[in-house]
Ligand binder design. Structure first.
Ligand SMILES: O=P(O)(O)OC[C@H]1O[C@H](O[C@H]2O[C@H](CO)[C@@H](O)[C@H](O)[C@H]2O)[C@H](O)[C@@H](O)[C@@H]1O
Length: 382
């Protein structure tokens, strides 16, 4: 069943070809989800029979395992181990996901005669994870490293935050931005783009003098997300430490600062609200529940879209590199792995299941890797 998003304009982006997976306006809804009504408010607020309790539907387990800081290990390893065991397990894991820094020579060989495109997640990748999402800033050194990388390679930030918020935090006009987990893309405009890709009234890419366009495949969900955000904020306001953010095409319910004994209340509250929104779903991030439209569009689609619109779709010529730390970044790692084109680098200091090919420990290693890429490019171009 196709979801008639966006004013019935059936034109697709010509550069994307005919793949329905890439078409932002024909996202199939999962089986059993009713079509989105044209007037969302008129939709009967069906209250389905009570879903499984959050304890049995896996939400609580996912909440407990999000953002592990010490010896939380994946299923091939043991939980509740000593720090020595943890470092052995990490070393074993690193054999499968080697350090991108130590593998720089191998990466440069892969990049030989190919154009690199760089995709960067924001939180936990460019800025360290902190308790207050409003204070997640990049260091000056990281800011410079990102600016330099964008001088040499097409670079995009792909974030769960709204496009405006991440642009405000990064403040670099030479980058492309995809906010709301890829549902709000500020990217390059080419002549072959159709009306689906809105040309931005205010070109932000001043340094390169390029026009910038917007792609918003979940545009019709805006009123619904806004209403859900307000309900989530209202209903969770008495749980100490909860913070709810509106990221335009998704909403984030943070529980990092909530006493662990109250996590079931957070989960139950969000779960109960979502029963009234069959067009919204939950994904798990680092101590955050992300509420987003059920459409099949994620950070992986955003990467594919940007590669297409940058004219960098030919695997023989292009090496896309995606760096991220979160579960939502796995969608992008998976796309690169499945295309057999480019690779992901996971930011993690503990073993995790991942579709990335390499790893770095933390944001300072991300910065070191970005600097290495720039140094290599400088040497190569003399
Ligand atoms: O895709 P990202 O750029 O990584 O954004 C994902 C979420 O990041 C932010 O939350 C995370 O970072 C916060 C600041 O360090 C931290 O306090 C929080 O616990 C993390 O989940 C952001 O606030 C979320 O809205 C994003 O979805």
């Amino acid at each position: 069943m196709d979801l008639p998003l966006n004013n019935g304009n059936k034109k697709t982006l010509s550069r994307l070809g005919s793949s329905s997976r890439l078409s932002p306006h024909h996202q199939p809804l999962p089986a059993g989800v009713p079509p989105l009504p044209s007037k969302y408010k008129a939709f009967p607020q069906k209250k389905p029979e009570r879903l499984e309790d959050v304890r049995s539907n896996g939400w609580l387990d996912a909440m407990k395992s999000s953002s592990p800081t010490c010896a939380y290990l994946i299923k091939d390893f043991t939980v509740g181990i000593t720090s020595d065991d943890a470092s052995i397990a990490y070393s074993i894991w690193m054999r499968k996901y080697p350090s991108a820094i130590k593998s720089i020579k191998q990466i440069m060989e892969l990049a030989y005669n190919r154009k690199i495109a760089v995709f960067l997640d924001y939180d936990g990748t460019l800025s360290p994870i902190v308790d207050d999402p409003d204070r997640a800033f990049m260091s000056d050194e990281m800011h410079l490293a990102v600016k330099n990388i964008a001088t040499y390679f097409p670079t995009a930030i792909i974030s769960g935050r709204s496009c405006d918020k991440v642009y405000e935090l990064v403040g670099l006009t030479e980058l492309y931005y995809a906010g709301s987990h890829g549902m709000d893309i500020m990217g390059p405009v080419s002549n072959s783009m159709t009306d689906d890709y809105l040309k931005c009234a205010k070109p932000t890419n001043q340094r390169q003098g390029n026009e910038v366009g917007l792609l918003q495949p979940a545009r019709d969900f805006l009123p619904m997300i806004d209403e859900a955000f307000r309900t989530l904020a209202e209903k969770t306001k008495d749980i100490e430490g909860v913070k709810v953010e509106n990221h335009k095409f998704c909403a984030s319910v943070h529980y990092r600062n909530v006493d662990e004994r109250d996590w079931p209340s957070v989960a139950q509250c969000v779960h109960d609200i979502l029963e009234d929104y069959p067009h919204l779903k939950i994904t798990h991030g680092r101590k955050v529940l992300e509420v987003r439209p059920v459409i099949d569009w994620n950070k992986g689609n955003a990467v594919e879209f940007l590669l297409n619109s940058l004219g960098m779709n030919d695997c023989a010529d292009v090496l896309p590199i995606y760096i991220g730390d979160d579960k939502t970044d796995e969608d992008a790692f998976k796309v690169l792995r499945e295309r057999g084109c480019g690779f992901g680098i996971l930011v993690s200091s503990v073993p995790k299941e991942t579709n990335a090919s390499y790893s770095v420990k933390d944001t300072s290693e991300v910065m070191e890797f970005l600097k290495l890429l720039v140094s290599w490019k400088k040497i190569e171009s003399v």
